[in-house]
Write a protein that binds this ligand. Structure first.
Ligand code: ATP
Length: 251
């Protein structure tokens, strides 16, 4: 589904990604780990076309992803969540989730808006889909509640729901369990396992929480200083001396 070859991104004198390559098969859940500043967010930003690449290629479902304009990423079936929640605090949970569904509507939805009966039907359909996602993530009870004031663990689920409402084929999760307590991490992991099947979605997840990564990912890619230093099954990568050295400064 996704093939990254020799991806290089520089910011002035800093090489944030240095010839990174890996691939993700459809249906897989791949963990992207590495110490602070390793290049994980830069990689996500590249995949979602927030910025370009200085070298390398990215093929997504057989097409050149680096040639896809940023506004067409959602329509191409890619959705992401952010390290710092990007929710609208005063909007209800349902409306926040609907922004994800509208995203996918893109140009088609805009064209439909020229014809009022069609836009009403489209709106009703998107709302039904958003309600379905809310139900699946056990958020129906807070659907009409403004996002502000809800517990952090709930907001993390709302962020996931918003990404899923775009019905992505590739879901990029940026530190989804950061800030959650251990019970919430376990719950989130269970939810993620369920939605993978149910939404037929391929997942790449950036996360520092090793227990979560080891328990949920099929495969792990480890970056350090912009380079890939290890790749493989979670238990193998965890024992890899280069990975241990990157994290602990000692093998
Ligand atoms: P963390 O786990 O702390 O989020 P990360 O692995 O996501 O780190 P990145 O945020 O991708 O790392 O940063 C990789 C490198 O690129 C760092 O040295 C960072 O300072 C640098 N960097 C990232 N974005 C920019 C930018 N817009 N301008 C300049 N340097 C940047």
């Amino acid at each position: 589904m996704l093939e990254v070859h020799g991806l290089t991104v520089r910011f002035g004198g800093i090489t944030a990604l240095d010839g990174v390559g890996f691939s993700v098969a459809r249906g897989e859940m791949v963990g992207l780990i590495g110490p602070n500043g390793a290049g994980k967010t830069t990689l996500f930003n590249c995949l979602t076309r927030r910025h370009g690449a200085d070298a390398g290629r990215v093929r997504y479902e057989g097409r050149d992803l680096l040639a896809v304009p940023p506004h067409a990423i959602a329509e191409a079936g890619i959705a992401r969540t952010f390290q710092n929640l990007g929710l609208f605090p005063r909007m209800s949970v349902r409306d926040n989730v609907l922004t994800g569904a509208h995203h996918r509507g893109g140009a088609g939805f805009l064209a439909a808006s020229l014809r009022l009966p069609r836009v009403r039907r489209e709106e009703a359909r998107l709302r039904a889909e958003a309600d379905d996602v809310l139900d699946r993530l056990a958020l129906t009870g807070v659907a009409d509640h403004p996002a502000t004031g809800l517990p952090f663990g709930t907001l993390k689920r709302v962020e996931l729901a918003r990404a899923l409402a775009a019905r992505p084929r590739l879901l990029l999760l940026d530190e989804p369990v950061n800030g959650l307590n251990s019970a919430e991490v376990g719950e989130f992991a269970g939810t993620l396992r369920g939605i993978r099947e149910e939404f037929d979605v391929t997942v790449v997840v950036v996360e520092h929480h090793m227990g979560f990564v080891m328990g949920t990912c099929d495969r792990v890619v480890c970056l350090n200083f912009g380079r890939k230093i290890a790749e493989g099954p979670p238990e193998e990568v965890q024992r890899d001396p280069a990975v241990m050295e990157a994290y602990l400064g000692t093998a």
